[in-house]
Design a protein around this ligand. Sequence first.
Ligand code: 5AD
Ligand code: FES
Length: 348
Amino acid sequence: MDYFALIDKLYSTRCLDKYEFAELIKNQTQYLSEYLFEKSRSKAYEYYGNNIYLRGLIEFTNYCKNDCLYCGIRRSNSKAQRYRLTKEEILLCCHEGYGLGFRTFVLQGGEDMYFKDKIIEDIVYSIRSEYPDCAITLSIGEKTKESYQKYFDAGADRYLLRHETANPAHYEKLHPPDLSLKKRKECLYNLKEIGYQVGCGFMVGSPYQTAENLAEDMMFIKEFEPHMVGIGPFIPHTDTPFHDRQQGTVDVTLFMIGLLRLMQPNLLLPATTALGTADPLGREKGIKAGANVVMPNLSPIEVRKKYMLYDNKICTGDEAAECRFCLQRRVESIGYRIAVDRGDCKKL
Ligand code: 5AD
Ligand code: FES
């Protein structure tokens, strides 16, 4: 099979079948990656120029009722030191972020039952009133459609919920029995129906994952047409059942970013913190493979180390301003610029 021709086909038709994706991924090489990234970079440029969008990440609670086998803040990890930010603390993060040029705030947390709908609505409403020119993104897991609607009505406009893997049997191997891919997909479709800009995503190199599984992720994304796709390598966390599993590779993660850019060129694709953790230049490499979003941490420095989804997470000792300017330096060092606006998804 001519893998270079498959990349050409994806470039010109935006489409491959599952078998073709799987073969491509299985046969990723340095040559193939370079060939792909030249094309994926030019696609990103066509849609977004040399702009890299900023999202300020506020990790406001690490309590979680779920027990995902890969995740450091899973319920069963009794070593995790739990914390919650107050509404006032969250608003302070936004205040600092606004001054640093952030026009998108991402409120991310575990599935923490303390934050009832009323509390989330109140927080969202307060941010919306104070920062009418900012996008508000929620990333707080699976909720009912009614809850999603309430947050939307309070002023949230985007929602991140990774599907984690598009293969149901693989999903079961990564999650406890009370979670299912079917439910996860229902949530994603509900979010879209309500009118959110939606981000899904998956880990690369998670335990039991095959190239076919990654091909299935591509097919799901083709069908779902999200606004954003967050992907990063799986990185083991010491206090989880997957502590001794192998880390996902940076090369395959970058390859997936390139493939996504060609399949759906208007995507918002973050160069993730996990990518930056697996490789000191991972985020720069992500941008060169077609990523166009970075998400510096805006959480208060006292809680950073407690939001440990995986080992050795970067940026846990740095102030918001340090991360903001560190990323600006990194982005500019490779010929891109930080865009200081909401950074909405372009039309296909
Ligand atoms: N390695 C990499 N990514 C992880 N996530 C959770 N645990 C890990 C891990 N060990 C990702 C999941 C989740 C997102 C918030 O972080 O994909 O959706
Ligand atoms: Fe946080 Fe570089 S982005 S220190």
